[in-house]
Design a protein around this ligand. Sequence first.
Ligand SMILES: *[C@@H]1O[C@H](CO)[C@@H](O)[C@H](O)[C@H]1NC(C)=O
Ligand SMILES: *[C@@H]1O[C@H](CO)[C@@H](O)[C@H](O)[C@H]1NC(C)=O
Ligand SMILES: *[C@@H]1O[C@H](CO)[C@@H](O)[C@H](O)[C@H]1NC(C)=O
Ligand SMILES: *[C@@H]1O[C@H](CO)[C@@H](O)[C@H](O)[C@H]1NC(C)=O
Ligand SMILES: *[C@@H]1O[C@H](CO)[C@@H](O)[C@H](O)[C@H]1NC(C)=O
Ligand SMILES: *[C@@H]1O[C@H](CO)[C@@H](O)[C@H](O)[C@H]1NC(C)=O
Ligand SMILES: *[C@@H]1O[C@H](CO)[C@@H](O)[C@H](O)[C@H]1NC(C)=O
Ligand SMILES: *[C@@H]1O[C@H](CO)[C@@H](O)[C@H](O)[C@H]1NC(C)=O
Ligand SMILES: *[C@@H]1O[C@H](CO)[C@@H](O)[C@H](O)[C@H]1NC(C)=O
Ligand SMILES: *[C@@H]1O[C@H](CO)[C@@H](O)[C@H](O)[C@H]1NC(C)=O
Ligand SMILES: *[C@@H]1O[C@H](CO)[C@@H](O)[C@H](O)[C@H]1NC(C)=O
Ligand SMILES: *[C@@H]1O[C@H](CO)[C@@H](O)[C@H](O)[C@H]1NC(C)=O
Length: 482
Amino acid sequence: MELCYHLLTIHILFCLSSITLAANLFNSKTDASALLSFKSHISSDPFGVLSSWNESVHHCQWQGILCGKRHPDRVTALLLDSKQFTGSISPSLANLTFLQRISLSDNQFHGIIPVEIGYLNRLRFLNLSMNFIEGIIPSTLGNCSNLQVIALRYNNLGGTIPPNLVQCKRLQAIDAGYNFLTGGIPPELGHIPQLRFLALHVNNLTGSIPSTLGNLSSLMILGLHQNNFEGHIPDSLSNLTSLLEFFVNQNSFSGFPPALSNLNNLLELTLHQNRLSGTIPSSLGNLNNIQIISLYENKLSGFIPAAIGKLHNLWAFDISENNISGEIPHSLFNISTMFNLGLFFNRLEGTLPFHFSDGCPNLQYLLIYGNQLTGQIPASISNCSALTYLGLDSNSFSGTIPASFGFLENLRLVSVASNKLEAKRSQDWIFLDAMANCTSLQFLELDNNKLEGTLSSSIGNLSTSLRKISLSSNPISGNIPI
Ligand SMILES: *[C@@H]1O[C@H](CO)[C@@H](O)[C@H](O)[C@H]1NC(C)=O
Ligand SMILES: *[C@@H]1O[C@H](CO)[C@@H](O)[C@H](O)[C@H]1NC(C)=O
Ligand SMILES: *[C@@H]1O[C@H](CO)[C@@H](O)[C@H](O)[C@H]1NC(C)=O
Ligand SMILES: *[C@@H]1O[C@H](CO)[C@@H](O)[C@H](O)[C@H]1NC(C)=O
Ligand SMILES: *[C@@H]1O[C@H](CO)[C@@H](O)[C@H](O)[C@H]1NC(C)=O
Ligand SMILES: *[C@@H]1O[C@H](CO)[C@@H](O)[C@H](O)[C@H]1NC(C)=O
Ligand SMILES: *[C@@H]1O[C@H](CO)[C@@H](O)[C@H](O)[C@H]1NC(C)=O
Ligand SMILES: *[C@@H]1O[C@H](CO)[C@@H](O)[C@H](O)[C@H]1NC(C)=O
Ligand SMILES: *[C@@H]1O[C@H](CO)[C@@H](O)[C@H](O)[C@H]1NC(C)=O
Ligand SMILES: *[C@@H]1O[C@H](CO)[C@@H](O)[C@H](O)[C@H]1NC(C)=O
Ligand SMILES: *[C@@H]1O[C@H](CO)[C@@H](O)[C@H](O)[C@H]1NC(C)=O
Ligand SMILES: *[C@@H]1O[C@H](CO)[C@@H](O)[C@H](O)[C@H]1NC(C)=O
């Protein structure tokens, strides 16, 4: 440089261009040597991907490398997913200062995420998911002000979530699920305006959900399930009007999240296996698009709100293992999309609808055992033609077992055990003949009822898939059919 300043004007242009040339040559060599350092940290490359990484080929032609248009020698992307690499991630990556994308997912990288990654201020996309990376999420990632995606799912990362990720104002996705992260959710994460995807599930996170997350007006997916979170889910989340999926199951949340009814776009709501108490708010009936509502294993009481029956996209509704009382709104059997209706182990009473219309063509799981239901098992239940798992046991159903079960060809499990079902006349046993049609039947549980008389030899015509038939604790007499 100094030399150039002392030259005549006419030479200045030449000098500047040779400086640029030298800089490019230098950086180009830096990029090649940084990549060779990256290669040297890989101890196993079973597909020979890195054999092309040699001096006889320009580094921009090396497999997995993309270079820039304006700076044709500079590496902009390192795309080496699913190569079965073993090794660590070389800190020399930090010398690839034009890098925009690093994608090394689904390999067997161990070691740490180099703190030097913070020097990559052009970095937009980082995917290190599905490796064995340990250590912490380096807070220097907060220096990568252009980062849009951080994907670290399925690694062995510990430590806390660095609050200064908030400096990455363009972040759209943070996925750190399936690690060993501890500590709380930094309230700062609520101030990343474009965040659409926040997945921190299956970690060891504690504390409550910071109310600032209610500021994430673009958030579409919030996955916090399988951690050790506690406390009430904050009211402010009612402002997350873009939310499609809200997973907070398997934590220790208490109360019931209020004002969820604002979340018009919500498709999936999983709150199961927490310590929620109180009643199921009827405002859930406002979630017009909802497909999954999962509330099982909580401490909920009160009734099933009739408004649930209005949810005509509902696919799974599971409130099992709570303390829900009252009747089952018959409209629940009239939701044509319903696939899984789980109401078992509650204190439900009343009857099943007498006329199952053709309102439940997709219902495969009807598990309502362990309640106080009465009346007959309606013959029209066979209108739910997809039924596969039918658990009606441990209730107070009376009358006979409907022969129309024979129309349910997909049945695999039928349990009507521990009810007050009768078979006084031989025609009351016709259901057993009819069920020869259920060619997939594996479990038939009839025990602990009032089934009388002799067993018909048609029992031998039941499915060859049958693994268990239980008949104990019934006043059955005579011989066991050959
Ligand atoms: C360098 O890579 C090229 C392209 O894959 C390959 O044809 C060549 O054999 C390699 N050379 C060495 C010395 O490995
Ligand atoms: C990175 O670049 C610096 C010079 O800018 C150099 O000293 C260092 O050795 C380089 N590291 C690697 C691994 O290439
Ligand atoms: C990261 O990589 C994994 C595994 O290849 C992939 O399933 C996932 O979709 C990627 N994440 C992003 C945000 O692209
Ligand atoms: C990150 O930025 C801070 C200041 O903003 C700076 O001191 C530090 O050296 C940077 N670290 C890296 C790894 O980029
Ligand atoms: C979670 O943390 C607790 C202590 O806080 C510890 O006992 C437990 O082993 C941790 N679980 C995992 C999966 O790291
Ligand atoms: C962010 O959330 C906090 C707490 O809920 C709230 O006080 C604040 O007004 C919100 N800020 C913005 C910009 O919405
Ligand atoms: C929702 O957001 C608005 C505007 O940012 C704010 O005034 C209001 O308090 C928020 N609601 C809740 C329940 O936090
Ligand atoms: C279930 O709710 C009733 C009131 O409806 C209450 O008396 C009972 O203690 C509750 N049972 C449990 C196990 O919480
Ligand atoms: C089921 O839906 C049909 C048609 O939408 C309606 O006529 C009927 O009353 C509904 N039955 C119940 C129990 O909601
Ligand atoms: C519903 O069930 C009843 C009684 O089993 C039957 O008469 C009726 O035809 C069924 N309707 C449909 C649509 O299958
Ligand atoms: C068995 O299924 C056939 C049609 O798949 C039906 O015609 C017949 O009535 C069924 N038998 C009984 C006893 O349900
Ligand atoms: C069992 O099936 C055989 C042939 O499939 C039939 O002849 C016989 O009548 C059936 N037995 C009873 C008791 O339904």
